[in-house]
Design a protein. Structure first.
Length: 364
């Protein structure tokens, strides 16, 4: 069960995750670049969408055929993938920054509305303060007039003109009372207006979704000491540096996981299916018996070495015959036969040299 999960399920999970992240990055990048070049949005969407797909294909190509590609092509394709990652990251940055700018504009409009309410409230409060000062002054005058009337009643009883003086003060007192009532009414109206404006300001502030959207950013800005724009810019850059590079890494990881789960196989020179672990190289290994003995010389060692060379030449001839009957393509068959012919030629040369001298040492 664990082997099945490791061989099939886990590579599929990696592949699906890689495609999901790549698709998200491509979508954000395409939208961001289309906003950046709004004059040709459709053309930009087609172009960037094609480049996004080609980026994944090139990354997989480099992973699968790295050892087979020539250096110039590998260099160009690697640079292309890096540049495409930069283009995708630029598109993602444009998309996220545009989204923040839209929210910031809404926040600006809301703040202006609140500032207007604050200005009106402050103006009415100033008017109220002026009215309250007037009311206090009128109250003092009323008090003074009442005291004057009382003084006339008690001090000027037997004097001439006391009645006229009292009548004058009474008239002034009536005017002062009327003014006091008017000012009191003005203060009451101003209180009602201020209360209504404060309610509207509160409704505007709580009904805006911008506060909820920017709340976390404002908190981060507050604890970091950075302004809002700098905070948002740093967060966007962090997302950009992780997003598309992670997608490419997961694509490479998916290729690696599938290559481990389903290793490549090929036919050997005998037509058998074998797992390819590295580029096959046909090597001729020296037999320990063929190595020169620095100690005692063995009897008949020369004859044994000749027989061993003949056996190896015969084996190569058999291999060539089998390759000629195999299902390899013409180019592959010729390449393998040529390699074996070269080995046969070397052994034949060594065999002929052995007839002319006693040294049949094989040098590799």
């Amino acid at each position: 069960m664990f082997s099945f999960l490791r061989k099939i399920v886990f590579p599929l999970i990696i592949a699906v995750t890689a495609l999901a992240i790549s698709g998200s990055a491509a979508t954000f990048s395409v939208i961001g670049l289309s906003k950046l070049f709004a004059g040709a949005a459709t053309a930009v969407i087609i172009m960037t969408g094609t480049l996004e797909v080609s980026k994944l294909v090139v990354a997989s190509l480099l992973h699968q055929y790295w050892s087979s590609l020539n250096r110039l092509l590998k260099f160009y394709l690697t640079i292309s993938v890096i540049v495409l990652i930069g283009i995708t990251s630029m598109g993602i940055y444009g998309y996220l920054s545009a989204a923040y700018q839209e929210t910031a504009n809404k926040e600006g409009i809301t703040q202006k509305e609140l500032a207007i309410y604050d200005s009106k409230i402050e103006n009415y409060k100033n008017q109220k303060s002026t009215r309250e000062e007037t009311s206090s002054s009128v109250q003092q005058r009323i008090t003074q007039l009442n005291e004057g009337i009382n003084n006339i009643e008690y001090s000027w009883v037997d004097r001439d003109g006391a009645g006229d003086q009292r009548e004058l003060l009474s008239t002034q007192l009536e005017i002062a009372n009327q003014e006091y009532l008017r000012v009191s009414n003005d203060i009451s109206k101003l209180d009602s207006t201020i209360l209504a404006l404060e309610n509207k300001r509160f409704e505007t502030e709580i009904s805006s979704d911008v506060a909820a959207e920017l709340g976390p950013l404002k908190y981060i800005s507050k604890i970091s000491g950075w302004d809002m724009d700098k905070t948002v810019n740093i967060l966007i850059l962090i997302i950009v540096f992780v997003f598309d590079p992670l997608a490419i890494c997961l694509v490479l990881a998916a290729n690696f996981a599938f290559s481990q789960a389903f290793p490549k196989k090929r036919e050997n020179i005998y037509g058998e299916k074998v797992v390819i672990t590295q580029t096959p190289i046909i090597e001729l290994e020296a037999d320990p018996d063929d190595l020169p003995d620095l100690g005692e010389s063995k009897p008949n060692s020369k004859e044994e070495k000749k027989r061993d060379l003949e056996a190896k030449i015969s084996q190569i001839n058999q291999s060539i015959a089998q390759i000629k009957k195999s299902t390899f393509s013409s180019s592959e068959r010729n390449t393998k036969i040529q390699e074996l012919q070269n080995q046969k030629q070397s052994l034949t040369k060594l065999f002929k040299q052995g007839k002319n001298n006693d040294d049949l040492t094989i040098t590799y």
